[in-house]
Design a binder for this molecule. Structure first.
Ligand code: SF4
Ligand code: SF4
Ligand code: FES
Length: 262
């Protein structure tokens, strides 16, 4: 175990744990937008900046992907850490100015106007990569990917064609912090068009139900089975199906609900 201090409190964390995990052990909240406990850290949003003091030198690091070190001192709310978060929020505001969660976070940090040029006022994707990463590493479908480079970068379906590996699990929609990705009518239609024995319910495709054909014509939003699974599992069913660490996944979803103010 590694001992370190966060905001003046001593904490022990496992070797390889991140500053974010150690802070969460102490009940300290560090804001995140591109992080999910079931996924490898990606460090795209830079909202989780904290200040680390090492050998009397101060350094700003992202808490979600920086490993704890013996004797480390971390400040999650120092002036430097807060200023860095604020700057990164301002950049996110310029990228996705209408997104509710970004606006709510920006308001918390006292940001009243956007200082940087807004390229597309309708943009709602912040390129956090949650949708692409969860589809690849938790679902195992790799039905969506990033396309283009630089300021044109966005998520897409491979070759921009309807993906035939999508199992309509919906976890990409569920995790997207901004609402930029939605289950499209096209996806549901694709499932409806499948012949007889291929019309499997998405819970069956997730491996939660034994082989079951969808009797609801893939109107998942109106499906009682869907509702019951969600109520019962308290998180997205794919995390249950893939044996993820449900305690940390549920804690994260509680956090997400609070910041989205649902
Ligand atoms: S709904 Fe389709 S694209 Fe989205 S995570 Fe599930 S398999 Fe991937
Ligand atoms: S669509 Fe949503 S989850 Fe995917 S990269 Fe954009 S903001 Fe992140
Ligand atoms: S949560 Fe750490 S960089 Fe996004």
């Amino acid at each position: 175990m590694i001992s370190l201090k966060i905001d003046g409190k001593l904490v022990k964390a496992e070797r390889g744990a991140t500053i974010l995990q150690a802070a969460q052990k102490l009940g300290l909240e560090i804001p995140t937008l591109c992080h999910h406990p079931a996924l490898e850290p990606y460090a795209a949003c830079r909202i989780c900046m904290v200040e680390v003091i090492k050998e009397r030198k101060s350094e700003l690091v992202t808490a979600c992907n920086t490993a704890v070190q013996q004797g480390m001192t971390v400040w999650t709310k120092s002036n430097r850490a807060l200023a860095a978060r604020k700057m990164n929020l301002e950049l996110l505001m310029a990228r996705a100015p209408k997104v509710k969660i970004i606006r709510a976070m920006a308001a918390e940090y006292g940001i009243k106007k956007i200082r940087f040029p807004v390229e597309n006022p309708e943009e709602d994707c912040i390129l956090c990569g949650l949708c692409v990463r969860v589809c690849e590493s938790v679902v195992g479908a790799s039905a969506i990917c990033f396309a283009n480079r630089g300021s044109d970068r966005t998520w897409s379906k491979p070759f921009d064609k309807a993906s035939d590996t999508c199992i309509a699990c919906g976890v990409c929609t569920y995790l997207c912090p901004t609402g930029a990705i939605q289950m499209e009518a096209e996806t549901a239609q694709q499932f409806r068009e499948r012949p007889g024995e291929h019309r499997e319910c998405r819970y069956s495709l997730m491996g939660i139900l034994p082989y079951a054909l969808c009797a609801n014509s893939f109107r998942c939003a109106q499906c009682e089975v869907d509702q019951r699974f969600r109520d019962h599992m308290d998180t997205h069913p794919i995390f249950v199906a893939r044996n993820c660490d449900l305690e940390s996944v549920s804690a994260y979803h509680e956090f997400l609900k609070r910041v989205r103010k649902e």
